[in-house]
Design a protein around this ligand. Structure first.
Ligand code: ADP
Ligand code: MG
Length: 462
C-alpha cells in the first residue's frame, strides 16, 4: 500500500507538470504549486492533500475534471482524484487513532473492486429516489440485502440516462461492502460477447468459465446487446442456468421489456421474467430538482451556493434524462465559477445556451419533419392525416399508420414513445411492433419494399 501511494505521488507529479503547461502561471502558482502529497488511496480514489478549503473548492469546481482526464493517461484502471484539506485529513486521523493507511483491508478491498469491475462511487446513498424509480430502488435494496433469495433475476429496464447502470452497481457495491469476500462481477453485455469471442477463438473455455461462473453476483448491463449474437446467447443461457440453480444473484438491465427483446432466443428472455421486473421512468420536476441539489452537494460540499431559482430553472429545461441534467449543472457551475459570475438565471441561460439552442431547434425541426412524413403518407394512401394518426383500426388506416411509424423511426430514430405521441399517444410497444412488422414485411414483400422506397423519396430522403 505504501508503494501504492508512492506510485501515485509520482504520477501526480507528472499530471502536475501537464497542468503547469496548460494553466496560466498565476493560477498554477496559486493553486497547484504546493500540492504535493497523496493522503491516501482508497477504492480507486486518490486523495490529494491541500492547504485549505478555498483551494479545495477551486480545484473541485474548476480543475478536477481536467486532472482526472490527465490521470487517465498514466493509469490502466479507473482512478479518480479527490481533494482533502489538511484539516479534514487531521480529523480523519484523529478519529481513528490507530489509523494506518496500509491496512490489509484497504489492499484487499481495492483488489476486490478492481476484479468486480464496479465503480465504487455508485451508491444507494447518492441515488435520488422519486416516483419514477421507487420500485426499482426498493427492489434493488432488497436484492442487495438478500442476494439470490428475493428476486432472481432482477430485471431493470428503461430509457437511456435514467439510472439503470447506477442502480445495478449500487447492488454490487452494497454487497461488497457487507462482505468483501463476495465475488461480484459487473459486465456490459457487449463486453461479455467480446470476451466470449476472444476466449473461444483461442479455445480457452476454462478461463472464460473461471471468470464468469465463479461468481456470487452477476450484473449484466444492457442485455439488448446480445441481439443476433447467437453463440454468446447460448453461452449466456448456460451461465444463467447454472448461477440461477445455485441461487447466485443475477441482475440484468435493458432498454426494453424482456418480451420486447429482439433477436435474442426466447428460451433465454422468458427466463428474465422468472424473478422481478421493474422499470425506471423519467423523473418529474420535483424529482429533478432533488437530483440537482444532491449533485450540487457532492460537487461543492456547499449547501447554498446556487439559488433555488436557478436550480429550478435548470430542472425545468432538462427534462429528458438525468445524464443531461447533470451535464447542464456542471456547465453552469463551471461558467459561473470560472468567471466569478453570480449564480443567476440569466447567467445560467448564457452558460447553457449551446445546450438549449440545438435542443429547441432540433425539437422544432424534427416535429416539422414528422408532420411532413404524415402528410406525405396520407396523400399517398388517400386518407386524411387525422385518420392516419387516429386509433381507428380499419385496414385502410392500419397499414399506412405502420408504414409512417416505420419511416419516422428509420429517418429520425426517435424513441418509440415519442413516435407514439404523434399517433394519439400510442404506447412504446405498439410503435415498436409496427416498426418491426414493416421491417420484416420489407424483406418478404416486394410491394411493401416499393411503397417504402417511394415514400422515402417523397419525404425527401432520397
Ligand atoms: P442508464 O444506465 O440508465 O443509461 P446511468 O445509470 O448511467 O443511466 O445514469 C446516468 C447518470 O445519471 C449517472 O451519472 C447517474 O449517476 C445519474 N443518475 C441517474 N439516476 C439518478 C438518480 N436517481 N439519482 C442520482 N443520480 C442519478
Ligand atoms: Mg447504462
Amino acid at each position: 500500500m505504501q508503494e501504492h501511494v508512492h506510485e501515485h505521488v509520482n504520477i501526480w507529479q507528472e499530471v502536475k507538470g501537464q497542468l503547469e503547461m496548460q494553466l496560466e502561471d498565476n493560477t498554477y502558482e496559486e493553486i497547484f504549486n504546493s500540492v504535493d502529497s497523496v493522503f491516501k488511496v482508497k477504492n480507486n480514489f486518490i486523495y490529494l492533500l491541500v492547504e485549505n478549503d478555498f483551494i479545495k473548492r477551486r480545484i473541485e469546481l474548476l480543475y478536477l475534471q481536467r486532472m482526472n482526464r490527465l490521470l487517465e493517461n498514466y493509469v490502466d484502471e479507473r482512478y479518480e482524484y479527490r481533494i482533502i484539506t489538511k484539516k479534514q485529513a487531521e480529523e480523519e486521523l484523529n478519529k481513528a487513532k490507530s489509523y494506518d493507511i496500509r491496512t490489509p483491508e484497504d489492499v484487499e478491498q481495492k483488489e476486490m473492486y478492481v476484479r468486480s469491475n464496479l465503480n465504487p462511487s455508485y451508491t444507494f446513498s447518492n441515488f435520488v429516489v422519486g416516483n419514477s424509480n421507487r420500485l426499482a430502488y426498493t427492489s434493488s435494496i432488497k436484492v442487495a440485502d438478500q442476494p439470490g433469495i428475493v428476486a432472481n433475476p432482477l430485471y431493470i429496464f428503461g430509457d437511456v440516462g435514467l439510472g439503470k447502470t447506477h442502480l445495478m452497481q449500487c447492488v454490487g457495491n452494497y454487497i461488497l461492502e457487507g462482505d468483501i469476500n463476495k465475488r461480484v462481477l459487473y459486465v456490459k453485455a457487449d463486453q461479455f460477447v467480446e470476451d466470449y469471442v476472444r476466449y473461444s477463438s483461442k479455445k480457452k473455455y476454462n478461463e472464460f468459465n473461471a471468470m464468469y461462473r465463479n461468481v456470487d453476483v452477476l450484473l449484466v448491463d444492457d442485455i439488448q446487446f446480445l441481439a443476433k449474437k447467437e453463440k454468446s446467447q447460448e453461452e449466456f443461457f448456460k451461465l444463467f442456468e447454472q448461477l440461477h440453480n445455485e441461487q447466485k444473484q443475477i441482475v440484468i438491465t435493458s432498454d426494453r421489456k424482456a418480451s420486447d427483446l429482439r433477436d435474442i432466443m426466447s428460451r433465454l428472455t422468458s427466463r428474465f421474467s422468472w424473478g422481478v421486473t421493474v422499470d425506471i421512468n423519467r423523473p418529474d420536476l420535483d424529482h429533478r430538482i432533488k437530483i440537482l441539489e444532491k449533485k450540487l452537494m457532492a460537487e461543492t460540499s456547499e449547501t447554498n451556493l446556487m439559488p433555488t431559482k436557478v436550480i429550478e430553472y435548470i430542472a425545468s429545461v432538462f427534462d429528458n434524462n438525468v445524464r443531461e441534467l447533470e451535464g447542464a449543472l456542471k456547465r453552469v457551475l463551471f461558467y459561473c465559477t470560472a468567471f466569478d459570475y453570480d449564480f443567476t438565471i440569466k447567467n445560467a441561460e448564457i452558460a447553457l445556451e449551446n445546450l438549449i439552442k440545438p435542443k429547441r431547434h432540433n425539437q422544432d425541426f424534427v416535429r416539422d419533419k414528422v408532420r411532413n412524413v404524415l402528410s406525405v403518407v396520407s396523400d399517398y394512401y388517400n386518407i386524411s392525416t387525422s385518420d392516419l394518426v387516429s386509433k381507428k383500426r380499419a385496414r385502410q388506416y392500419l397499414y399506412p399508420r405502420q408504414i409512417s411509424m416505420y419511416l419516422i423511426k428509420e429517418m429520425f430514430d426517435l424513441p418509440y414513445k415519442r413516435i407514439g405521441s404523434y399517433f394519439s399517444n400510442r404506447d412504446h410497444s405498439t410503435v415498436m411492433h409496427s416498426v418491426e412488422k414493416i421491417g420484416n414485411d420489407l424483406q418478404l414483400d416486394k410491394d411493401v419494399h416499393v411503397d417504402v422506397e417511394k415514400l422515402k423519396h417523397k419525404c425527401g430522403e432520397k
